[in-house]
Design a protein. Structure first.
Length: 94
């Protein structure tokens, strides 16, 4: 495999990992850290904070999802489709 292709494959693998960390890590932080910390606040203050966090996190979530989708489609098209063809031709020739 040419060096440029290997670099691109590694870059997209890291994009996939980064997207997963952004979406899953942010969600887990919100559920297990932020929400319990906000329980002791007054409703109005809590809702203001939640709205501010939701606006900011929605951008992070969208970027993470785009990274996951782009890198996931690339990995599937470049790596998995050829593997499916190889397995299918091996089964037919057996």
């Amino acid at each position: 495999m040419p060096e440029e292709v290997q670099f691109f494959a590694v870059l997209l693998r890291w994009m996939h990992i980064t997207g997963a960390v952004m979406t899953a890590g942010g969600t887990l932080f919100g559920v297990f850290v932020m929400l319990p910390a906000l329980r002791g606040l007054e409703n109005e203050v809590r809702s203001d904070i939640m709205e501010s966090v939701r606006k900011r996190f929605s951008v992070v979530l969208m970027v993470g999802m785009v990274l996951l989708l782009v890198s996931g489609f690339y990995n599937y098209i470049i790596h998995e489709i050829p593997n499916h063809r190889d397995r299918k031709s091996t089964r037919l020739n057996s």
